[in-house]
Structures are given as C-alpha cells and as structure tokens.
Design a protein around this ligand. Structure first.
Ligand code: GLV
Ligand code: MN
Ligand code: MN
Length: 401
C-alpha cells in the first residue's frame, strides 16, 4: 500500500483554513461553531471522494464508513478556544489518507472517525463519551459552556446533518494518531511515541462568595475579598498536594471569573475551574479530598461561602497490547532507536472508544512541547514519518479483532 504524503499534507493545510486564527498556523474552531461545522462538512466530502460513506450521528460525530467490518481510525477536528492546527486534525487527516490509500490498494478496510467536542467546550471528550455510552444523551444535553449555552442548543446547529448512531460492532478496533502535546519526543530527537495508557481526569467548578464592597473605604481587615480567598487557596493547595502526588500528577485553575470585575470594587464572588489529572484512580480521589478540604478551610478563614459544581471525569485507561505491538513493530522497522513507549497526559477520544473495542494511540513530536496554543507545530518530516509508520502497521492493526 502506498500512502501519498503530499495529498496528506495538503489536506492538513486545507483543514486549517477553517477557523484560521491569523496567528501562525493556529485555529479557532470550538465544537459546533460555524467554522467547526463547515470543517466537518468539508471532511465529509473528502471522505466521500475517498470512497467512504460519510455519516453524522445526532451529536455531530462524523464517520467515513468503509464497506463491511473495518478498522476505525481517527480523532477530532474541533479545537480549544485558542488551538493549534494539528491537535485532533492530524489524527483525522491521517486516518483519511490511510483509508484512501488502502481503498486504492484493495484493502484492508479502514473507516474514519471525527468525534465532536473532544476539547470539552461543553463536557469532557463529549462526542466520543456519548458514542461509547459513558454519557447519556439527556445528561449531555444539560451540560453548558462557560457562556451558558447548552449542549442541546449547540447541537441544534447541526440538526440538518444529524443521523443515527453508528453501530460500534462494525469496527474491529480503533487507532488514533495525535501530536504528543508535551516535550519528551522533541527534546530526545525521537519520531514516535507508542502510548501505553491515558491518564484519568476530574474537572469541576468552584464558587466562593464573600462581600462586594468599596475598594477605597473598606479597611483591609474587614474585607471578604474573593480574589484574596482564591489566591490563598491556590498557595495552600500547591503546598498540600505536593505531599501526595507524583511528577506525572497535574492540576490546573484555567478559568477564573471575578465578580463584578472592576478596579474599584472589592470582588464579592469568584468562580473558577479546578481540573486535575493522574494515571491512578486512587490518587485522583486523594487529590479530590485535598482540594475539597483545602477549599473548605480557606473559605472559612476568609468568611466566604463555598459551593462545588458536579464533577466530570474519565478513568485512566490502558491501551490494547496487540494494537500497541503492531505500532511498536512498525516503529522499530522505520525509525529504529527513535521511538518510545509513553503515557499520555492529555485526554483523547481513545479513552472512551476503549470501552467498545481494542484501542491504541501513536504520538508524533510537538515542537517545544507546545499545544493548546496558536504556536503549536510539528516538523513536516515528523508528520510524514508518523503517516509511514501507521501505514506500515496497518496490516497487523487490521488483524487484531
Ligand atoms: C484534551 O485536549 C485535553 O485537554 O487533554
Ligand atoms: Mn486532541
Ligand atoms: Mn486538545
């Protein structure tokens, strides 16, 4: 089978025109935005041109179906609010090229998946979580983004494309190529990472409410300042988590909203996101306990009321050994000494799909380890090396069932 690297790179560059940020190669293509929907419609046409049958389900997941039972490959084409051109897009376009080349060569059959809202505008890997049955549709429909738009409202924007759920029994396994999004491959000058397991995640929103007041007349000792409470919480949390985590554990306050947000007002309320990730479910729970306990103590000290939203989460998941072995063998042949086994600290649709069928992942390097930023990039030689390793692995991948 002969993959065509020029056709593959051209598709990748064409896809980044949808929602192009105008800064580097970055994209702004959040799930269900006009740019996201247009990109999905364009990809559906590319699938059709490749001899696949494009089908959308009710939540905007797009499949390009080969005839009969097939291997499924893919990822997602939605982006973070400020995203790179390869996060997700690489896996979809690589799947398209492998499926197309394999059609031209007379097999093995490969179908393509492009999951919706992997980046969690409304949930956490929302489209594949629904497809895998982790997240019932009525619960998903009630999820909201940071502007209060619900999943039900958002997916109504794709109602004209919506179809039936695609039966997972059509597929023998799932393989996702992705950029690493971390520094390790790039720093070591390596070409390929074969993923051993994907970490788990917990995500929630915390609100602390004190007293809004005048910034000039309110003595410091009488303030119930929401920002001061958040600041103290963050310092205490970093101290306490340090005692129970490993170098792989991470936690992030990525979104903060201070109310009302004015120079001359002591802020009365803060709402912030609290997310943590680890490869071990027990440690995730221990981190949760520390987070809740620390928030309660700091809130009491600062005279704040405290509330937590519901918590979203995904468990850590191991990748399928037989699919991994197929990827490792191809990497050993094509990039000997320049690949490694590694854990994924980023989330991926493969976490959800692993509940339905054998699933595996392969990484290519990210320049400087940068992702979830407009500056995200990968050398084109590395993109093509990834395509070649995937194509070399295909016969063995398609044999796993
Ligand atoms: C998905 O992009 C993640 O946040 O890991
Ligand atoms: Mn991604
Ligand atoms: Mn991402």
């Amino acid at each position: 089978m002969q993959v065509n690297s020029e056709r593959f790179l051209q598709d990748l560059h064409d896809l980044r025109q949808f929602g192009a940020s105008g800064v580097g190669k970055g994209v702004v293509r959040p799930a269900f935005s006009p740019a996201d929907i247009a990109a999905r419609e364009w990809l559906a046409e590319r699938m059709r041109a490749a001899g696949l049958e494009p089908r959308f389900d009710a939540v905007g997941n797009l499949f390009g179906l080969a005839e009969g039972r097939s291997l499924l490959m893919g990822s997602h084409s939605d982006s973070q609010p400020e995203g790179g051109w390869l996060d997700g897009a690489l896996g979809v376009v690589m799947a398209l090229e492998v499926a197309r080349a394999s059609q031209e060569a007379g097999g093995p059959a490969v179908s393509v998946a492009n999951f919706q809202d992997e980046e969690g505008r409304l949930g956490v890997t929302t489209g594949s979580a629904i497809w895998a049955g982790h997240l019932p549709l009525d619960r998903a429909d009630a999820l909201t983004d940071s502007a209060g738009v619900s999943f039900a409202q958002a997916r109504a924007g794709m109602a004209h494309l919506a179809g039936e759920r695609i039966d997972p029994a059509r597929f023998t396994g799932f393989v996702e190529c992705h950029i690493e999004q971390g520094p390790w491959l790039h720093e070591a000058g390596e070409a390929i990472g074969v993923v051993t397991d994907i970490v788990g995640i917990r995500d929630m929103t915390v609100t602390m409410e004190g007293e809004q007041n005048h910034a000039g007349t309110t003595p410091m000792h009488r303030r119930r300042d929401a920002f001061q409470a958040l600041s103290a919480f963050n310092t205490a949390l970093n101290d306490r988590l340090r005692n129970i985590v490993t170098p792989q554990s991470v936690w992030t306050i990525g979104h903060v909203s201070l109310h009302p947000g004015a120079h001359s007002i002591v802020p009365g309320r803060v709402t912030f996101s609290m997310q943590w990730r680890d490869g071990d479910s027990t440690r995730l729970k221990r981190m949760e306990d520390v987070i809740r306990q620390t928030a309660a103590e700091i809130a009491a000290e600062h005279g704040m009321t405290l509330s937590f939203s519901g918590m979203l989460g995904l468990e850590p998941v191991a990748m399928d050994p037989a699919l991994r072995a197929a990827l490792s063998a191809a990497a050993t042949e094509l990039v000997p000494g320049r690949w490694r086994d590694m854990q994924s600290g980023a989330l991926h649709d493969a976490t959800n799909v692993a509940a339905l069928m054998p699933a595996a992942m392969m990484f290519v390097p990210s320049i400087g380890g940068i992702s979830h930023a407009f500056t995200e990039d990968t050398a084109e030689d590395d993109l093509v090396a990834g395509l070649n390793v995937m194509a070399r692995a295909l016969p063995a991948l398609a044999n796993v069932r």
